[in-house]
Design a protein around this ligand. Sequence first.
Ligand SMILES: Cc1cc2nc3c(=O)[nH]c(=O)nc-3n(C[C@H](O)[C@H](O)[C@H](O)COP(=O)(O)OP(=O)(O)OC[C@H]3O[C@@H](n4cnc5c(N)ncnc54)[C@H](O)[C@@H]3O)c2cc1C
Length: 386
Amino acid sequence: MDFGLTQEQRLVVDTVRSFVENELYPLEAQVERDHGLASEVAREIRRKVLALGFYAANIPEEFGGGGLDHLTFTLLERELGRTAMALSTHFGRPSNILCACNEAQRERYLYPAVRGEKLDCLAMTEPDAGSDIRAMKTFARRDGDDWVINGTKHFISHADIADFVIVFVATGTEDTPKGPKQRITCFLIDRDTRGFEVRKGYGCVSHRGYHNCILSFDDCRVPDAQVLGGEGEGFALMNTWLSSTRLTVAAMCVGRARRAFDLALEWCASRRQFGQPIGRFQGTSFKLADMITEIDAADYLTLAAAWRLDQGLDANRAVAQAKLYASETLARVADHAVQIYGGMGLMEELPIARLWRDARVERIWDGTSEIQRHIISRDLLRPRGA
Ligand SMILES: Cc1cc2nc3c(=O)[nH]c(=O)nc-3n(C[C@H](O)[C@H](O)[C@H](O)COP(=O)(O)OP(=O)(O)OC[C@H]3O[C@@H](n4cnc5c(N)ncnc54)[C@H](O)[C@@H]3O)c2cc1C
């Protein structure tokens, strides 16, 4: 492994960091206050990212994207993690699952998503099927050349502003080593499709301004042409997508943790009590030492997982370790940062309170910490027949 950054990678890091600091930091307070972003502000962010040449950096060049490898893309996500999700969403990273589109679907979904004309969202989770995703109840039945979908998804991020949804639904059952499970198929559904409705979701403690939604499918009829990747291929597609999105979560947690750390470090040096900077008290300085050590460890785990993906090596455990450790590190770092700031750490006027609130969801979405531990431990025990 060699993490000495190439010139191109340095350019990516410097460009994205300066964009985040100059263009996105100034909008953070407004997003928090308004619990959202005006559509013209969102459009303007997308326009600037397109002009910068960074839109859809994760999508292969053959489809018009930036074609970044996993390591370079992880570096980009690490920088985006420093700011609010409501803002970074418009930096434009279409789901890489769209690479499974056939030619007609590319014209209708992938290319417009790469050009910043259409925004996708992705729906797996249901009220009764979270971690146990194969227990999903949303069902599509065949009717001639069409499929008719019924059911409900919830917690679906930014569906309120998406033009189409990549949705996973059951289309039957199949035998697996663990008994019969839902056979899953992935569909591309346009927002204005009859029988499909996007409703307001729940108010969330984390990431204000980045809304989760409830999706209802009520006899929603779509042609066979809307199936992505073939009938019954949904579970395999989902797993491909999950490893890269979990790596993204890990990278963003590292970026967010570094931002909280940088702020806490400054505060330790400048805030004075008992006639000296509070950083002179071992109770705070040792916190700084623990914070930076854990952040660096999370960073290395994340980069190592990206490196494995780039080498074509099995990265399932490495990605789970990175997601687990980075999200848990962020939680500890954000909590220490609040403690170091004292009362001001909890005031909405400073970014620390937001970083602390935002940290909480990272141990839950894209697979909870327990599910990551399950993946890691199964990877260790399965070869031993246990
Ligand atoms: C703000 C937000 C946005 C989201 N965005 C999206 C989105 O865009 N698209 C989407 O599809 N989903 C999205 N999700 C859903 C997210 O991925 C799920 O919340 C997550 O997978 C956990 O499912 P659950 O909430 O139903 O919890 P549950 O699965 O009910 O888990 C509850 C608890 O039980 C534990 N548990 C469950 N199974 C096991 C097990 N086998 N071993 C050990 N412990 C276990 C869990 O770790 C957890 O602690 C979002 C969630 C949130 C909160």
